[in-house]
Ligand binder design. Sequence first.
Ligand code: PXL
Length: 274
Amino acid sequence: MKRTAPKTVLCIHDLSGMGRCSLAVAAPVLAAMGHQPVLLPTSLLSTHTGGLGQPVVQALPAYGEPALEHYKKLGVEFDCIYSGYLATAEDQRLVHKAFALWPQAVKIVDPVLGDHGRFYTGMEDRLEGMRELCCQADLILPNLTEACLLLGRDFTDRELVEAEAQELADTLSQTVQRAIITGLPMGKHLACAGSSGRDRFVVKRLRIDRNYPGTGDLFAAVLVGALLRGNALSAATDAAAGFVAEAIHNTDPAADPALGVWFEPLLGRLCERN
Ligand code: PXL
């Protein structure tokens, strides 16, 4: 097995107690991949906002900044700062602050805003702030809905051909360093398209017609973990797309989809691979 030094990853997301998303996905995945996730919850929710009723929400506006300052005082050097769902403008400012405090960290922004052509509940007002955050990032990981929102294009869920997928990713990477767009419908496949200017690729997996919340977070966490193990962007994308497909296949189709995919029994596979 390839051994690499554990990387320290500052994860800035909400903590949703149930529903398999955000920190509840990032922490086990990154840990299984041999990294040290440092968890900075921006808010607490009893569940995510995608189909489990009205969650109890507790914002944590007084927590993030002093927590960052504490880490700075301790002399922690983050190898990577990875942000996800950010419900408020203050949460977005917190990520800017983290970027400024650790300028040498790899900055990965998953611009969690919506899916299936719609904003997640309450995220309409976060678009402009998310655009600004994406411009500061080394890598962004939007799904197709988020890519359209960031680019100010109308959402389309029609089938794409590879050249169109690549064009979307290339257009995004004119204003951000590197971009990977997920969830691109391509016939029998769902594809991810990546662009960093020179490095361009499309990764495909057979489409599984089942939808679960949190799969974007699972994809992003595996991708971050694989990149930090020294994999190239295309190999990390392939590993992440493959793991999400395995997790969907491992989920009982009769289970409530709002509870997300059953990735836990598969975590051991991440220890050995990539
Ligand atoms: O998976 C993205 C996500 C993260 N956190 C919360 C969410 C969602 C998507 O709905 O509601 C709280």
